[in-house]
Write a protein that binds this ligand. Structure first.
Ligand SMILES: Cc1cc2nc3c(=O)[nH]c(=O)nc-3n(C[C@H](O)[C@H](O)[C@H](O)COP(=O)(O)O)c2cc1C
Length: 155
């Protein structure tokens, strides 16, 4: 859809451990946003035909790594369908939940899945925030199919 091109979005990697194999599954998203403060909820949209969709649903928890400008390569890697995305990426584990988190990110959010709402060919996954940590850095932004950075107006 053309509209998607004109929306600038923050970039994150959503990942989970596949039940049984413990393999890291996940994808790059620009749909991750905060939903509610009390209770603390976040959400993202995922296409039904994403390879990682069934595994993320089955694991009942997921980690979100909000990416910085130095991580465009990580964003590209996790946007390749079915690739061994984690092989060349430094991945840590959550403190509260067994969720994969990309090292050196701007924020790490550990979520238990609270709700899944079908929205056309995507699903909205709502997560309850069980732990969150933020780190200094500049956010990676996606706009007009290009990665860039945020620059404030100078007064
Ligand atoms: C910047 C960017 C943002 C994206 N945002 C989303 C998104 O919000 N939801 C989604 O389902 N796919 C999104 N994608 C596409 C997925 O990352 C891509 O389809 C990925 O290959 C899915 O991986 P999988 O099929 O291995 O799960 C985005 C891709 C890029 C490059």
């Amino acid at each position: 859809m053309e509209l998607g091109r004109s929306l600038a979005g923050a970039v994150a990697v959503v990942a989970a451990m596949e039940r049984g194999t413990e393999a890291i599954i996940g994808l790059t998203v620009s749909s991750f946003v905060s939903l509610s403060l009390d209770p603390p909820l976040v959400m993202f949209a995922i296409q039904h035909d994403a390879n990682s969709y069934p595994g993320i649903v089955a694991s009942k928890c997921f980690g979100v790594s909000v990416l910085g400008t130095h991580q465009a390569e990580v964003a590209r890697r996790f946007a390749i369908k079915g690739a061994h995305k984690a092989a060349d990426t430094a991945i840590g584990r959550g403190v509260e939940l067994p969720v994969p988190l990309v090292a050196d990110s701007l924020a790490h959010v550990e979520c238990s899945t609270s709700q899944i709402i079908v929205g056309g060919d995507h699903a909205i996954v709502v997560g309850r925030v069980e732990a969150v940590r933020v780190y200094p850095g500049k956010p990676l932004v996606y706009y007009e199919r290009t990665f860039g950075s945020f620059a404030p107006f100078v007064a």
